[in-house]
Design a protein around this ligand. Structure first.
Ligand code: ZN
Ligand code: ZN
Length: 255
């Protein structure tokens, strides 16, 4: 199983999960044209996508979903709450899933789990293929026991490190936005994410990538040492998902 990012952050998110002939796009927060441009970097086109999984209806996660699903007849997986917020043109392509039930997209098993965030019915995912577990967690206000149990013993992990608390506090965001981002239904700060890493079993971890990093209220230089401390590794082992560049394929391999 391998994974990559077309870009990650408040200006758009899209993540590739690939196994055999199956390629899943998790969220599509860029326009259809921009998504296709970014897919080409990986030698892919939209017609290579087996499915689009939508975590929640915020604009930075659904920007290209309508056009891509219509144009290329791509199935769109979403919870009923998220599906209800998508444009009506997407409805013929929707496969609703329950946040508490594993489903299958061709070669990949998908276990969703609910998360606290200011959307209708947001979910995040663990992907598995029999050998490996790959977790993704972004757009989450606080860590719940369910999140901890979902993400323990993952072989790969993409984990939000949205903001540094002091930078958000002292930064240029208006007060309401500071409250939203830093609140219980906003985004994970660096310390919350590092605490999660320190708490769960990371003994199988081959890859960790920090995701949805704020360009205004955070920096990779702050994230890397915190994550490295929590994982007892060197800071340069911590991967960073960038807004424009995303990150290149990372593969889960047998020892
Ligand atoms: Zn987001
Ligand atoms: Zn969101």
């Amino acid at each position: 199983m391998r994974f990559a990012s077309l870009g990650s952050g408040s200006r758009g998110n899209a993540t590739l999960i690939s196994q055999g002939k199956t390629t899943i796009l998790v969220d599509c927060g860029f326009s259809a044209r921009e998504t296709e441009k970014r897919l080409r970097r990986f030698g892919l086109t939209s017609s290579d996508l087996s499915a689009i999984l939508v975590t929640h209806e915020h604009a930075d996660h659904i920007g290209g979903v309508r056009v891509l699903s219509q144009k290329f007849n791509i199935p769109v997986y979403a919870t009923p709450g998220t599906a209800a917020c998508l444009p009506t043109e997407v409805m013929p392509h929707i496969h609703e899933f329950s946040c508490h039930e594993t489903f299958v997209v061709n070669d990949i098993e998908v276990s969703p789990f609910p998360v606290p965030h200011d959307a209708r019915e947001p979910s995040q995912f663990v992907f598995h293929n029999g050998d490996f577990r790959l977790g993704i967690l972004t757009d989450v206000g606080f860590i719940t026991p369910l999140i901890e149990s979902a993400l323990t013993l993952c072989d790969g992990l993409m984990l939000e490190a949205n903001h540094d608390m002091a930078m958000l506090d002292q930064g240029e965001y208006p007060e309401y936005l500071k409250q939203r981002v830093g609140g219980r239904f906003g985004h994970l700060n660096n310390v919350q994410s590092a605490e999660l890493l320190a708490k769960i079993d990371t003994s199988r971890l081959q890859h960790i990538v920090a995701m949805h990093i704020s360009e205004k209220n955070n920096s990779p230089a702050l994230v890397k040492p915190l994550f490295a401390d929590a994982l007892n590794c060197t800071p340069d082992w911590i991967g960073i998902a960038e807004q424009d560049a995303g990150f290149d394929w990372r593969e889960l391999k047998k020892a």
